[in-house]
Ligand binder design. Structure first.
Ligand code: ATP
Length: 350
C-alpha cells in the first residue's frame, strides 16, 4: 500500500502544488503555517476537493487523474479520515458511529456492529459503546473518530489536526495512544498539523508545506538540525540566515558576514540557537568570535531565560539569563554588542 500523489489545486490567489508519497506503514506529517494548504491537500487526497492537475495513486491504482478525466468518488476511495472536530453523528451511539462506515459499504448490521465493537475495544472504549458523542470526553471522541476511520479497513488513513481539540493533558495521553494505533495501521498515514510536537511524536517523516509548496522534507532529526526556511527555523528555535560561503566566511548581506567552523563553498544556510548569542555592553576583544553592534527590540520570557530580539546588520534572537539582562540594562532601544563563537554556527549547503 503506497501513496503516490502530486496535488495541484488552484484557488484565487493560492495554488497548492505538492508532491506527496508515503510507503506502507509510514506516517507522514504535513506541517506548515496557517494557510499553507495542508487542509486543501488532505481534502484533495480524500476526494472532497478535485485536482486541477497531477494525480493520486494508491497501490498503483489511479484514484484521480484529471488529464485522463478520471476521478474516483470519495466513498469509493479506500481512505479513512479523522476530521479535526471528529464529525461524529450526534444522534448515534459510539458503536453505531463506528459501524456506520461498514454499513454504508453493505456489511450486515450485525457484522458491522461486531466489527465496531472490536475496534472500540482496540481504542479502549468497549465500556462506552452505548454512549452518544455528547457523553464522551474530547479524548474519547477522538478515539471513536479513529475507530470509525479504521472500521472500513482503509488503505490510506488521513488525520486532520487529530489532537487540536484536546486540552494539554488529554493531548499528551491521546498522542501516545494514537502513536500506537498508527503504527498498527499497515497502510500509509498522512496527518495534518501545525503543532511541531504532534508532527515529531507521531510521524516518521515531516513534509513542510509553505504557501502551497513543499519546502523541506525529512525525518524530525534532519529537519530540525538543518532548517531551510524561516518558518522551520522558528519552529525549532534557531536563528537562520542564507549566505554565500568562501571557506569559513559566510557573507550574509553586503555588510555582514559570519565566521563558521566548517568550510563551505557557494550558497549555504547558517543556523545557531539564540542561547549561543552572548551580549556585551562593550565590544569584546581578542577572541575568535563574530561580533556586531545590535539594538535591543523586544524582551520576553522564554523558559528560564529571556529572549531578546535584536536589530542590527541582521535580525537575531538571543537568550540571556535574567541576571545578565539586569546587569546589561537590556531594555528596548539599548545598544549592545552581540557575539557568537564560530563553533556554534553550523553551515550547510542551501
Ligand atoms: N474553498 C476555498 N475557496 C477558495 N480558497 C480557499 C478555499 N479553501 C481554502 N482556500 C485558501 O487556500 C489556502 C490554503 O488553505 P488551507 O485551509 O488548505 O490551509 P491550511 O494550511 O490548512 O491552513 P490552517 O492551518 O489555517 O488550517 C488559503 O489561502 C485559503 O484561504
Amino acid at each position: 500500500m503506497t501513496l503516490d500523489a502530486r496535488l495541484v489545486v488552484r484557488r484565487p490567489g493560492f495554488t497548492l502544488d505538492a508532491t506527496l508519497t508515503a510507503a506502507p506503514g509510514e506516517v507522514v506529517a504535513l506541517l506548515g503555517p496557517n494557510g499553507a494548504g495542508k487542509t486543501t491537500a488532505l481534502r484533495a487526497l480524500a476526494g472532497l476537493t478535485g485536482l486541477d492537475e497531477g494525480h493520486i495513486a494508491l497501490n498503483g491504482r489511479r484514484l484521480e487523474d484529471p488529464a485522463a478525466g478520471h476521478s474516483t468518488a470519495p466513498e469509493h476511495r479506500r481512505i479513512g479520515v479523522v476530521f479535526q472536530d471528529y464529525l461524529l453523528f450526534p444522534h448515534l451511539s459510539a458503536l453505531d458511529n463506528v459501524a456506520f462506515g461498514p454499513r454504508c459499504r453493505g456489511v450486515s448490521r450485525a457484522a458491522a456492529r461486531q466489527r465496531a465493537a472490536v475496534l472500540l475495544d482496540r481504542v479502549a472504549l468497549a465500556g462506552h459503546a452505548g454512549r452518544k458523542p455528547r457523553e464522551l470526553s474530547g479524548g474519547q471522541a477522538q478515539r471513536v473518530a479513529l475507530a470509525r476511520a479504521l472500521a472500513t479497513e482503509p488503505e490510506l488513513l488521513l488525520l486532520d489536526e487529530p489532537l487540536a481539540a484536546l486540552d494539554a493533558r488529554t493531548r499528551v495521553e491521546t498522542r501516545t495512544h494514537l502513536r500506537g494505533h498508527l503504527s498498527a495501521h499497515e497502510g500509509p498515514t498522512v496527518l495534518v498539523t501545525h503543532d511541531p510536537l504532534d508532527a515529531m511524536m507521531l510521524a516518521d517523516r515531516l513534509v513542510i508545506l509553505e504557501d502551497g509548496r513543499v519546502v523541506q522534507t525529512g525525518d524530525a532529526a534532519s529537519v530540525t538540525s538543518a532548517p531551510r526556511t524561516d518558518y522551520v527555523a522558528r519552529l525549532v528555535g534557531l536563528n537562520l540566515y542564507r549566505g554565500h560561503a568562501e571557506g569559513t566566511l559566510v557573507r550574509v548581506t553586503a555588510d555582514f558576514a559570519l565566521t563558521t567552523a566548517t568550510p563551505q563553498t557557494g550558497e549555504v544556510f547558517v543556523a545557531f540557537p539564540p542561547a549561543a548569542v552572548a551580549l556585551y555592553a562593550v565590544r569584546p576583544e581578542g577572541s575568535p568570535r563574530n561580533t556586531w553592534p545590535a539594538t535591543v527590540g523586544t524582551v520576553a520570557r522564554h523558559g528560564d531565560a529571556l529572549r531578546i530580539e535584536l536589530s542590527g546588520p541582521v535580525a537575531v534572537a538571543a537568550d540571556v539569563t535574567p541576571a545578565a539582562a539586569v546587569q546589561l540594562g537590556l531594555a528596548p532601544g539599548r545598544q549592545v554588542w552581540a557575539s557568537l563563537k564560530a563553533t556554534e554556527a553550523s553551515s550547510y549547503p542551501a
